[in-house]
Design a protein around this ligand. Structure first.
Ligand code: ATP
Length: 508
C-alpha cells in the first residue's frame, strides 16, 4: 500500500478510529507490537461476536439440516498429509539477494505483467486493436520481444498472441518469463536481484508434548474444514441427518502468510466461519448455485452495499488442489477488491483422501436406495475478521451538521456493540438518578452505556464513533412530563417518548 496520509486515506482513518475507540488495535503494543497481530477491544470483541453469531444463527437456525461443531485446532498430523496441505498448501515465494526481503511471487509479478502489456500496446500503436502480436513487430533486443517469442514458442503457436490475452499458458511459466524480463526488487529497487521462486509452505508447525522429535510435530489448522470432514459420520448419525446436510463451525485458523497487511484483512492468525454441505454425487451444481445466492444475501443482510460486492470465479488453472469449481465473494475495500468468502465444489476429494490414508470407511450408506457413496461437498468458507473489516469500511461515515464535523459508524443495530446510551443532560437536579434508573432497567436485556460526565455533544460523538444507534437523554422536561429524548445516530432525528416506553422502543 502507498504511504498513508492519515488525514485522507480512508483505511488509515478507520485504523485510527478503531484504536481511539477500543475496537481493534495492535497486539503486544508495550513490547513495540508484533507484526500483523491485533487485539479486539471492548467494542471490537462484541462486534466480532455479533457477526459470528449472526452467521451461526443463519446457518443452524434457518436450516434444520445444518448443525454446529467445535473441533480441535491441532489435529492428527496425518490429516494434513492426506488433505494435501503438507505438499500443496504453499505459495511461491521470491527472495531478493540484495535486501533479503521475501515476497509472494504473485505480488511481485503483477506490476511486471502490467508493464509488459503497457509496453506492448505502446510499441504496437501503429497496429489495429486486436491485431496479432509477433516478436518481429517489437524492437530487437527488447524484453517484450524476447518474452513474446518465449510465450509463442511455449504455447506452440506461431502468431496467436493478441494484446491483453494470454494463450493457454501455465501461470508459473508466465511468471517465470516476467521475472526474467523485468527482474527488480519492489523493496530496494535493485535490478536482477530476485532469486528463482520456491514454494513456501504456509502451515504453522509446533511440537506436542515434552519431546521434540519428528513424532511430536503438530500443525495448527490452516482451515477449520478438516475437522468437519473427519467427524462427518459421527455428527450426521448423532443428529440423525441424511444428505443433503451441513456442518457449521467457526474458529481460529493459522497460516504463515508470506506477506500480511491491510489492517485485519490478512493476518497469520484469523477466524473462519465455514459450513460444509454434504450432498449426493451429481447434485453439487444445484447446491453450489443455491449456496452462492444464500451467501451473497447474507452480506446484504449485514447492511453491506450491493454495489461494493462482486463475484470472482477462479480460473481453472488457479484452483486450489481440492477444488473443482470455486467462486469468491469480494468486497471493494479502500485498497481494492478483496475476498471475503470462497464457495467451492470440493467434490469427494477430502473424504476419499481421508479414507485412503486412515483405512476407515467414509462412505455413506443410503438405506432407501441401498447404495453406498462418498458424499460430495459444497463448502462456504468465510473470514470473520475480513467480514468485520468490510462491515467497518462500509459503515464509516463523515458528515457535517451545523458547522460541526463528525465521524460515525452506520452499523446495523444487529452488529452494533452498544445498542443504546442513556445520558442525563446534567448530573445535578435529580436527572442522573432518573437516567440511572432507566439504565438499570435496560442493562440486563441489552448492551447499553451510561455516562453522566462532560458535554452532551461530546458524549453523543463518542457513541456515534462506535456505531451506537440510539441515545436516550434525560433533561428538565423529563421531570415535568416523564418523557425522554431519543436521538437517532444516522439522521440525528430527535423525538420524545415516555420513559416507560424506552425498553419497548429498543426491542422494536
Ligand atoms: P486469499 O486468496 O486472500 O489468500 P484464500 O483463497 O487462501 O484467501 P480460503 O482458503 O478460501 O482463502 O479461506 C477462506 C476465507 O478465510 C477467505 O475468504 C478469507 O476470508 C479468510 N482468510 C484466509 N486467509 C486469511 C488470512 N491470512 N487472514 C484473514 N483471513 C483469511
Amino acid at each position: 500500500m502507498a504511504k498513508n496520509n492519515k488525514q485522507t486515506d480512508p483505511l488509515a482513518k478507520l485504523v485510527a478510529l478503531c484504536k481511539r475507540r477500543g475496537i481493534v488495535f495492535q497486539s503486544s503494543e508495550i513490547y513495540g507490537g508484533l507484526g500483523s497481530t491485533y487485539d479486539y477491544g471492548p467494542y471490537g470483541a462484541p462486534m466480532k461476536n455479533n457477526i459470528a453469531r449472526l452467521w451461526w444463527d443463519d446457518m443452524t437456525l434457518k436450516h434444520d439440516n445444518i448443525v454446529g461443531l467445535d473441533s480441535a485446532v491441532i489435529l492428527h498430523p496425518k490429516v494434513w498429509e492426506a488433505s494435501g496441505h503438507l505438499k500443496e498448501f504453499s505459495d511461491p515465494l521470491v527472495e531478493c539477494k540484495n535486501c533479503k526481503k521475501r515476497f509472494k511471487v504473485d505480488d511481485v509479478v503483477e506490476p511486471f505483467s502490467a508493464k509488459f502489456w503497457k509496453n506492448i500496446s505502446q510499441m504496437m500503436s501503429s497496429f489495429e486493436p486486436g491485431k496479432l502480436i509477433q516478436p518481429e513487430h517489437l524492437p530487437e533486443g527488447s524484453p517484450e520481444r524476447s518474452m513474446t517469442g518465449k510465450i509463442l514458442l511455449h504455447a506452440q503457436l506461431k502468431d496467436k498472441l493478441v494484446e491483453g490475452e494470454l494463450p493457454d499458458l501455465d501461470n508459473h511459466v508466465y511468471n517465470e518469463y516476467l521475472l526474467d524480463a523485468y527482474n527488480q526488487c519492489p523493496a530496494c529497487g535493485e535490478k536482477n536481484s530476485l532469486l528463482k521462486p520456491r514454494d513456501f509452505n504456509l502451515m504453522f508447525q509446533t511440537n506436542m508434548g515434552p519431546v521434540e522429535d519428528e513424532n511430536s510435530t503438530g500443525y495448527f489448522r490452516p482451515e477449520t474444514a478438516q475437522g468437519i470432514f473427519l467427524d462427518y459420520k459421527i455428527v450426521a448419525e448423532s443428529a440423525r441427518l441424511k444428505p443433503p446436510f451441513g456442518i457449521a463451525q467457526t474458529g481460529k485458523a493459522f497460516r504463515n502468510e508470506i506477506t500480511t497487511g491491510n489492517f485485519i484483512f490478512r493476518t497469520r492468525e484469523f477466524e473462519q466461519m465455514e459450513m460444509q454441505y454434504f450432498v449426493k454425487p451429481g447434485e453439487t451444481s444445484e447446491w453450489l448455485e443455491k449456496w452462492r445466492q444464500l451467501r451473497w444475501d447474507w452480506y446484504l443482510s449485514l447492511g453491506i452495499d450491493a454495489d461494493k460486492l462482486r463475484w470472482h470465479e477462479h480460473p481453472k488453472d488457479k484452483l486450489a488442489h481440492y477444488a473443482k469449481e470455486a467462486w469468491d465473494i469480494e468486497y471493494l475495500f479502500p485498497f481494492g477488491w478483496g475476498e471475503l468468502e470462497g464457495i467451492h465444489d470440493r467434490g469427494d476429494f477430502d473424504l476419499k483422501a481421508h479414507q485412503e490414508a486412515s483405512g476407515k470407511d467414509l462412505t455413506w450408506f443410503d438405506d432407501q436406495e441401498k447404495e453406498r457413496y462418498h458424499p460430495h461437498i459444497v463448502e462456504t468458507s468465510a473470514g470473520l475478521n475480513r467480514t468485520m473489516l468490510a462491515v467497518l469500511c462500509n459503515a464509516y461515515k463523515e458528515d457535517e451538521q451545523a458547522g460541526e464535523k463528525r465521524v460515525y459508524l452506520a452499523l446495523d443495530p444487529k452488529i452494533a456493540p452498544v445498542k443504546a446510551a442513556v445520558f442525563p443532560l446534567v448530573k445535578k437536579d435529580g436527572l442522573a438518578e432518573i437516567a440511572a434508573e432507566i439504565y438499570d432497567d435496560l442493562r440486563t436485556r441489552f448492551p447499553v452505556f451510561y455516562d453522566k460526565q462532560g458535554s452532551i455533544g461530546r458524549r453523543y460523538r463518542r457513541m456515534d464513533e462506535i456505531g451506537t444507534p440510539f441515545c436516550f437523554t434525560i433533561d428538565y422536561q423529563t421531570k415535568d412530563d416523564d418523557t425522554v429524548t431519543v436521538r437517532w445516530r444516522d439522521t440525528l432525528k430527535q423525538e420524545r417518548i415516555h420513559k416507560d416506553q424506552v425498553k419497548a422502543y429498543l426491542e422494536n
